[in-house]
Design a protein. Structure first.
Length: 438
């Protein structure tokens, strides 16, 4: 591989590029023949415009993780230059507790959804132990197809109910105003992105014991962690903690708390993405996701296993619905019928009336390298959503990394929320071990 010339910035202590250097005043490409609409234009890519190696300075009083965290926070305040392809790569030569250095890919969502972009990234990697082999991604377990007229009626009924709720949400149905619910306009604020790595083997132990999926476990411990977090916050608001049991706690009653659960609607995988870069392929790396409005049950449980059981029941109910496909179809159809502006407003309002977003991405089974550089962890995140909280889970070998992207005015202490989710996982694991030992 030929060496790449990179651009070095030197504007402040963190080495963050100035607005002028990133082309903050650049205008998008406009098609004057098509009522001034934006359009894609093929162009040559100059890596010097996209690969940045900032002069990030280590500080004895500040952990490297916090320096990088602050750097990413400032990145979320700076728009991508629309006069060039909408991506950049920041290489930070700073050793952390997780890795020798950190690479930050920033890609505009118009180029693809999280699933396609992570798949495209992994298609550029190779197994560390076998440099000629693509990463091995575990196959997703296919849901059992239920046959019969009764199953058809159940799916039809669930779909009608879910689509009706989506329409109500897009019109006026809002989540309860909790300490995690963000104010309007939060999509324009900077985001603090933090991550925490836990054991994937622990999650597999829970999965196998409860006959669930990794996604059920991830959602269950997230539900438990959010409940713990809100219980503490409500106690602080009341200035008096009632307790932390199922019967006596600080939580408000009948909290409506929903997340937009992102679902991949395309069949493409790592191999197809790799083929796409070499020849014509049916794989596409654009946006091919749908979402469902997933209710989160905010409650404290004396039995930690109940969190995962409840999450599994909720997800199983959503699997017997075509909500994701219908929501995607509705959002795609509205621009053709009423224009792009109304379609954007519909999806924006529906998401804004919920509290957060949740996703779970499957990663390689073995360690992989990016052009000879071993990858220690993957931590995909997102910003620009009209919600103050987004939680992503990303597996890699025997690790699971959870990534929180938060608006600091809504969630000023994201590390504590990470602690709550991590501690919830430990409690569920201990409950499983106790059940096994009986």
């Amino acid at each position: 591989m030929k060496p790449i010339k990179t651009k070095t910035s030197n504007t402040d202590l963190l080495g963050f590029p100035s607005a002028a250097e990133l082309g903050d005043d650049a205008e998008p490409v406009i098609d004057e023949k098509d009522n001034g609409r934006l359009k894609w234009v093929k162009t040559l890519v100059d890596l010097e415009d996209h690969v940045i190696t900032p002069n990030v300075c280590a500080n004895e009083d500040t952990k490297p993780e916090k320096i990088i965290e602050k750097y990413v926070l400032k990145l979320t305040e700076t728009p991508l230059d629309k006069s060039k392809p909408l991506w950049d790569l920041h290489l930070i030569n700073l050793r952390t507790s997780d890795a020798e250095s950190v690479a930050i890919f920033r890609v505009h969502h118009s180029l693809g959804d999280g699933m396609s972009l992570v798949s495209l990234l992994l298609a550029c990697t190779r197994q560390t132990a076998n440099p000629d082999a693509l990463p091995t991604i575990p196959a997703l377990r296919k849901a059992k197809k239920q046959r019969g007229f009764g199953s058809f009626l159940m799916i039809l009924f669930n779909t009608i109910v879910d689509v009706f709720r989506f329409i109500l949400t897009a019109l006026f149905l809002k989540d309860t105003q909790t300490p995690l619910r963000s104010p309007p306009g939060v999509e324009f604020t900077a985001r603090r992105i933090v991550h925490r790595t836990v054991s994937l083997d622990d999650m597999k132990l829970i999965k196998n014991h409860l006959s669930a999926t990794i996604n059920d476990v991830a959602l269950g411990v997230t539900q438990a962690g959010i409940s713990r977090y809100l219980n503490r916050k409500y106690g602080e608001l009341k200035k008096e903690s009632v307790g932390s049991t199922e019967e006596r706690n600080n939580l408000a009653k009948n909290i409506r708390f929903r997340t937009a659960l992102l679902i991949n609607l395309r069949p493409a995988g790592i191999k197809k993405m790799a083929e796409m870069m070499e020849k014509n392929s049916d794989a596409k790396y654009g946006n091919g996701i749908g979402f469902v409005l997933l209710p989160i049950n905010i409650a404290l449980r004396d039995d930690p296993l109940e969190y995962v059981r409840e999450a599994k029941a909720t997800v199983d109910r959503k699997k017997n619905s075509l909500e994701a496909i219908w929501n995607s179809t509705i959002v795609d159809a509205i621009p053709k019928l009423f224009g792009t502006e109304r379609a954007s407003k519909l999806s924006h309002t529906a998401v804004r009336h919920t509290t957060g977003s949740f996703s779970n991405l499957v990663g390689p089974l073995e360690e992989v390298s990016f052009y000879g550089h071993p990858i220690a962890f993957l931590a995909p995140g997102c910003y620009g959503l009209p919600q103050g909280l987004m939680i992503n889970f990303q597996s890699y070998v025997n690790k699971m990394t959870m990534v929180l992207s938060v608006d600091e005015t809504t969630v000023p202490d994201p590390d504590k929320l990470c602690d709550d989710i991590e501690e919830s996982l430990e409690l569920v694991k201990k409950a499983v071990m106790a059940a096994i030992m009986k």
